[in-house]
Write a protein that binds this ligand. Structure first.
Ligand code: ADP
Length: 397
């Protein structure tokens, strides 16, 4: 099989013409963030923000042209809204603009820096679509590393927020391994009513969007800095989220590019760190904490997941991972401790089966624990909105 090289990909893209501008995509400098790994190719197609979803056929044509190459097994092309100088309509929150503050540590997967033309975190306002304008608060669920139950917590917390009366959305920003379609038991492709923004899917009453709906589950996804940013911007801004009280964002694990992009451009109202009690996990959790502090996103608190094991047969409680580590650490760091969720097979089975425990057993003890956390989150968001910082704009139509 022929080896896929940058030259071959660009050659294929040179054959794709932008009908609006009358030249090919490469000559027009519209291709960014080209990444090749074995037969998997990813790149972004940079278009003027005004063209919006109208550029979709162009994206598709580019994807098909590359896919036709011998040796290519998958192609992911993402539209990037090209920014013009000057403030974007709607603006971004206090965290969005301005030069990059502290030199982000780019240790995320595939974290090569942004390309020359790509929108970079912290370099001025992000492109805005109508999607995120009608969201009261955006809350990131983060963890220092994978496998601590971040997605499980995000799904259950979203359901618990809804149970507490908040209109809730759930954005699966874990584009490296989107798990929300499976966890929330939702299948299919999102549709668009106006050809511009995607309508979110619905899962147990929560509005839901995930890269998993847009890309074939079997397609290995490779992302580089600029593509991550563009994909996340689209999931946030080109989806008809509103009106929502809270949008829960399931972040990719770790503290790399994607997290920074979101933290800096998504006007996050706050972040929640999920951690297991092991010390090592806590060290990672601290990294997450510091990252949000760096970009001035308030950390609403720490949730200790898999806190202790409750035997489903005898009810005995075992402290598998030196229970209480997260609470102690939260105290030490001066961050609120939001609560603890036990290690329980019912939590795994329900979320792995598409009906997280808060939906499956709304009157059970686990649902109560998640609701207790949700209530605290809503309180802290209210307190944050009332504080001196400019509150996110809520538009009620
Ligand atoms: P992450 O998003 O941090 O990678 P996940 O939420 O995907 O982690 O969880 C990893 C695995 O652990 C999943 O199979 C999930 O069902 C399971 N899990 C998460 N939290 C719990 C819990 N409290 N009790 C039992 N299993 C859990």
């Amino acid at each position: 099989m022929a080896k896929i090289t940058e030259e071959r990909v660009l050659e294929a893209l040179r054959r794709v013409r932008d009908p609006e501008r009358g030249k090919d995509l490469v000559s027009l400098g519209m291709i960014g963030g080209l990444a090749i790994k074995d037969g998997n190719v990813g790149f972004s197609v940079e278009v003027d923000a005004a063209r919006g979803a109208g550029a979709e056929p162009l994206r598709k044509a580019a994807e098909q042209a590359v896919f036709a190459l011998d040796g290519v097994t998958s192609v992911t092309a993402v539209l990037t809204a090209h920014r013009k100088a000057g403030p974007a309509p709607g603006g971004v929150g206090p965290n969005g603009g301005g030069p990059d503050r502290d030199g982000p540590d780019r240790d995320g997967p595939g974290g090569s820096g942004p390309g020359a033309n790509a929108p970079a975190a912290g370099q001025g306002p992000a492109p805005r679509g109508p999607g995120a304008d009608r969201i009261g608060s955006i809350v990131a669920i983060a963890s220092g590393k994978g496998g601590v139950g971040k997605s499980t917590t995000a799904a259950n917390l979203a359901l618990a927020l809804m149970a507490e009366g908040a209109r809730t959305g759930l954005l699966d920003a874990d584009i490296y391994g989107p798990s929300m379609p499976r966890m929330m038991g939702v299948r299919g492709k999102p549709t668009t009513a106006d050809g511009k923004v995607l309508d979110p899917m619905m899962g147990h009453g929560v509005k839901l969007m995930s890269m998993g709906f847009l890309v074939d589950e079997e397609t290995p996804m490779i992302w580089r800095g600029p593509m991550v940013m563009s994909a996340l911007q689209q999931l946030l801004h080109d989806v008809a989220w509103g009106p929502l009280d809270v949008l829960v964002v399931d972040m990719p694990p770790g503290t790399g590019d994607a997290q920074l992009t979101l933290a800096q451009t998504a006007r996050l109202s706050g972040a929640i760190i999920v951690s297991t009690p092991q010390d090592i996990a806590l060290l990672d959790a601290r990294k997450g904490l510091n990252m949000f502090r760096k970009v001035d996103v308030p950390v609403l608190g720490i949730v200790e997941n898999m806190s202790y094991f409750q035997c489903p047969h005898c009810g005995e409680r075992s402290e598998v991972f030196s229970h209480g580590g997260a609470r102690r650490e939260a105290e030490r760091l001066g961050v609120p401790f939001l609560g603890e969720i036990p290690l329980d097979i019912a939590i795994r089975e329900t979320s792995d089966g598409g009906r997280p425990i808060v939906a499956a057993e709304p009157d059970g003890a686990h649902a109560a624990a998640y609701r207790e956390i949700a209530a605290q989150v809503l309180d802290r968001l209210d307190a944050g909105a009332a504080a001196a910082k400019p509150a996110p704009k809520i538009v009620i139509r």
